[in-house]
Design a protein around this ligand. Structure first.
Ligand code: FE
Ligand code: FE
Ligand code: ZN
Length: 298
């Protein structure tokens, strides 16, 4: 078992326990880091942060060796920086992150709605420059996107263009997502080639978070449907190589794999897969009965 590995999953952030509930959920999966939305992922309604929960959460993290600097917030995925209301929401999100002591906020760069991609990229840059400054010790990590619909940030060139336009470069980073990379057309069996290219174009120091997901679809499908670890087109061995890549030893790895349904695929009962996936990853051993073991809590 690798004690140094920094691994966790997406967890909830409930109104009644806030960060404390997130830490408890992460611990129940055997995680030593985690990622959460500060409210619903699909809207921008948010409750004020309550310090008493934050303090209790810090104590629990300390007892369990969870390093706060590796914990991640995911901004809601509807944020469109062409819209000024969204710009001020995202600034508020950074302020909430700062109140919680969290350093990295992952952002889907946006989607091109009514105009050309180049114009959308310009409005993303403008929005980021309205938000980022040196007053807050929080970095926005642009996620590598699958290319579903009109998503922006689907290749190194687009991500580089955004970073080039941002004034506070120490406040911008990248979150790699293995499912999105696969679906955008990157063959992850050649991860090393991608990383070399990334280093040349952008610089490896920009990588702050890695989302670990298998994919339901083929390379270049532009779909963005996550699959459980080892059950998708990327596969267990390729994901393990990425997870244990020495260059990213200090980077948090976050699972966003789907909850498991009953065999008949009804959604009446769903089970979080993370405890099982994290244990497979720590043991570097794929479990052929993964889904049944999740369903039966074995
Ligand atoms: Fe994401
Ligand atoms: Fe992701
Ligand atoms: Zn995705």
């Amino acid at each position: 078992m690798d004690k140094d590995l920094i691994i966790g999953s997406h967890v909830g952030f409930s109104a009644n326990k806030q960060l404390l509930g997130s830490v408890e959920e992460a611990l129940s999966y055997g995680s030593n880091t985690f990622m959460f939305y500060t409210g619903a992922p699909q809207n921008t309604k948010r409750n004020p942060i309550k310090d008493e929960y934050t303090m209790e959460a810090y104590n629990l993290m300390k007892e369990n060796n969870i390093d706060l600097s590796k914990v991640v917030i995911h901004a809601p995925y509807i944020v469109n920086l062409g819209n000024l209301e969204n710009v001020s929401f995202l600034r508020g999100e950074l302020e909430r992150a700062s109140l919680l002591g969290i350093k990295n906020v992952v952002l889907h760069p946006g989607a091109s709605v009514s105009f050309a991609r180049r114009d959308s990229i310009e409005s993303i840059i403008k929005g980021l420059n309205l938000i980022l400054d040196n007053d807050l010790d929080v970095t926005i990590c642009l996620e590598t996107m699958a290319g579903k619909g009109t998503e922006i940030g689907i290749n190194l060139n687009e991500l580089k263009t955004i970073i080039d336009g941002v004034k506070f470069k120490n406040k911008i980073g990248i979150c790699l997502d293995t499912c999105h990379l696969n679906d955008s057309g990157i063959d992850l069996t050649k991860f090393d080639d991608y990383i070399k290219e990334f280093d040349k174009e952008i610089g490896l120091n920009y990588i702050k978070v890695i989302h670990i997901n298998d994919s339901k679809n083929a390379i270049g499908s532009h779909k963005d449907r996550h699959e459980n670890i080892g059950l998708g087109t990327i596969g267990f061995d390729t994901l393990i190589k990425i997870i244990y890549d020495e260059r990213f030893k200090d980077i948090p790895k976050i699972l966003e794999t789907p909850y498991v349904t009953e065999n008949d695929e009804s959604k009446e009962k769903i089970y979080p897969p993370y405890k099982y996936e994290i244990s497979m990853i720590r043991n570097k051993q794929f479990d052929n009965n993964l889904l049944d073991n999740i369903r039966n809590n074995r």
